[in-house]
Design a protein around this ligand. Structure first.
Ligand SMILES: NC(=O)C1=CN([C@@H]2O[C@H](COP(=O)(O)OP(=O)(O)OC[C@H]3O[C@@H](n4cnc5c(N)ncnc54)[C@H](OP(=O)(O)O)[C@@H]3O)[C@@H](O)[C@H]2O)[C@@H](O)CC1
Ligand SMILES: Nc1ncnc2c1ncn2[C@@H]1O[C@H](COP(=O)(O)OP(=O)(O)O)[C@@H](O)[C@H]1O
Ligand SMILES: [K+]
Length: 499
């Protein structure tokens, strides 16, 4: 099934399994089924999808690797050959060393009369094929493809026609979405990927989206194994979208206090506050950190602008969600202790995060919030997360789910690790990956909008994780609607009005 397909009711969240979970699922299925059953199902599913995505294809090239991923490709090749397609297989690997299932697939493909070329791919150029199938490496992939495998990947990258990847685009780590080759060259860029047995998280975050194309999933009829993470869906978001009842009044939704905007950065605070209004926050107060800031937002007179001196009494009232940090500069340091102490629900972004990264005492205050049941959501981009973890953004990007989880556990907070495939993680339970959003969001201020949106949508009493999953989905969905009719970056001020 294709993810996101329109259905009578919006789809539930999709279960994601990393390498360990996928292997556990494979073992559970193998234990129940006669030998070769899973591979036959896998290869057949690949062949059927090939015909569905490229019904015109008369000639198909299948690049098969040295493991069971190659075996899936060989089953698909034989199936397509029997269906009357002109199939050519390039087998990269020693036929004598194939695992048992793949060896059987090779035997059957040969018996069916599929032309199979060995160790060829160097210098391979298309000869009129209409579709290429990447069955080089899947779950067993652990390092940069080199030698003949690297040549085959290069040939697939030169390929001008559509590419269907079996299980994973070769060169991509299915667990993390990192490309093994740090220069991002030795990885197939597929138009379609059919994830087999389980859906792999790496298809949806880090470099995964750019290499997987449209993701499809076939569970091969295997028993279900508890997921490692969830992919958010419209249905999952609807399930946690709070109702606006007829009898609701503005006090029903909770106040929002945006404390942000150091001198020269007041725009960031405005973006957050405007988004909080749009998100349905009850009363939205804007407390600029810059003393000479405006006293009213003329285009949004519903925003209540208050001087910094009024913050502490407002915090003492103890009911509002506080959004803190957007464009906060070094000035944010002065108010963080009070905010950490008093806010019942707190969203920390940008300079609030950088300030905490440099101040252990503030981090201790933060983790104490978790211990006393006060909820906090951190919205770092990878560099901000790295500063908090004492690592590098490359380390964070190498395993985004693990990094978000580590940070959530250390500080006892909910973490929204932003970027392609935003990760939402709490200290316990499965994490979430968000599939909405696109590179139109890669422009200044869209993170401020997200922080404000989160503050405005988060209801008193609601779990931080639910609010975060919903806000990130809606923020990305607005960008997807916009990108359907526009090119280039999405101006943050327009996004703040549109979600
Ligand atoms: N078993 C079943 O019933 C089912 C299996 N299924 C299918 O099997 C796939 C997993 O198969 P798999 O475990 O054999 O791993 P696969 O990805 O084919 O590669 C392993 C081989 O590649 C080699 N290798 C790795 N990286 C390399 C590199 N950079 N450069 C060079 N060599 C490299 C590695 O060598 P090694 O690392 O051990 O030296 C090993 O020889 C899975 O993705 C799915 O498609 C599903 O259809 C469900 C049913
Ligand atoms: N390629 C992308 N795909 C999806 N979302 C993206 C992409 N690039 C950026 N975003 C989103 O845009 C926002 C940018 O936030 P951030 O980096 O904090 O920018 P700023 O601080 O300028 O507002 C985040 O929500 C992030 O997830
Ligand atoms: K593959």
């Amino acid at each position: 099934m294709q993810l996101g397909t329109a259905a009578a009711s919006p789809p539930a969240p999709w279960p994601l399994h990393g390498a360990q979970g996928s292997r556990a699922s494979e073992q559970a299925a193998q234990a129940e089924l006669p030998p070769f059953t899973l591979m036959r199902r896998a290869g057949t599913a690949v062949a059927r999808l090939a015909l569905a995505v490229a019904p015109h294809a008369r000639r198909v090239w299948v690049a098969c690797g040295p493991g069971n991923n190659g075996g899936d490709g060989l089953v698909a090749a034989a199936w397509l050959h029997r269906a009357g397609r002109a199939v050519s297989v390039s087998l990269v690997g020693d036929p004598a060393r194939l695992p048992a299932d793949a060896a059987r697939a090779l035997e059957e493909a040969r018996a069916a009369g599929v032309p199979i070329q060995q160790t060829p791919v160097y210098g391979f150029e298309p000869r009129g094929e209409d579709l290429a199938i990447d069955a080089l490496l899947g779950l067993g992939s652990s390092r940069r493809p080199e030698g003949p495998l690297g040549d085959a990947v290069a040939a697939l990258r030169r390929w001008p026609g559509p590419v269907l990847a079996v299980d994973l685009p070769t060169g991509l780590d299915g667990e993390t979405g990192r490309v093994f080759d740090t220069e991002l060259r030795a990885c197939v860029r597929a138009d379609h990927t059919l994830s087999l047995l389980t859906l792999k998280p790496g298809l949806f975050t880090a470099q995964g989206r750019d290499h997987a194309g449209t993701v499809w999933w076939h569970d091969l009829g295997a028993p279900t194994v508890a997921p490692d993470a969830w992919l958010a869906s419209e249905g999952a978001v609807q399930a946690v979208r709070p109702a606006r009842l007829h009898a609701h009044h503005k006090g029903s939704f909770g106040d929002v206090i945006v404390v942000a905007g150091a001198p020269g950065m007041v725009g960031a605070a405005l973006l957050a506050a405007r988004a909080a209004v749009r998100a349905g926050g009850g009363r939205v107060y804007l407390v600029p950190l810059a003393e000479d800031a405006f006293a009213v937002d003329p285009t949004h007179p519903e925003l209540m602008v208050r001087p910094l001196g009024s913050l502490e009494p407002m915090l003492r009232a103890g009911t509002g969600t506080v959004v803190c940090g957007c464009g906060g500069g070094s000035e944010v340091a002065q108010i963080l202790p009070a905010v950490l102490h008093a806010a019942p629900r707190l969203v920390l972004d940008a300079d609030a995060l950088n300030t905490m990264a440099a101040d252990e005492a503030l981090r201790t205050l933060l983790s104490h919030r978790g211990a006393r049941g006060a909820a906090t959501i951190l919205t770092p981009h990878p560099l901000e997360a790295a500063r908090l973890l004492g690592s590098s953004s490359a380390d964070v990007q190498a395993n985004r789910v693990a990094a978000a989880r580590e940070l959530a556990g250390r500080l006892r907070v909910t973490v929204v690790l932003k970027g392609s495939g935003t990760v939402i993680a709490g200290p316990e339970g499965p994490s979430w990956i968000n599939p909405t959003g696109n590179a139109a969001l890669a422009t200044p201020g869209t993170g401020d909008v997200l922080a404000g949106w989160l503050g405005g949508t988060w209801r008193p009493g609601e779990a931080a994780l639910d609010a975060a999953v919903r806000a990130v989905w809606e923020h990305g969905a607005a960008a997807d609607r916009w990108a359907a009719t526009h090119r280039g970056p999405y101006p943050a001020s327009e996004l703040a009005e549109a979600i």
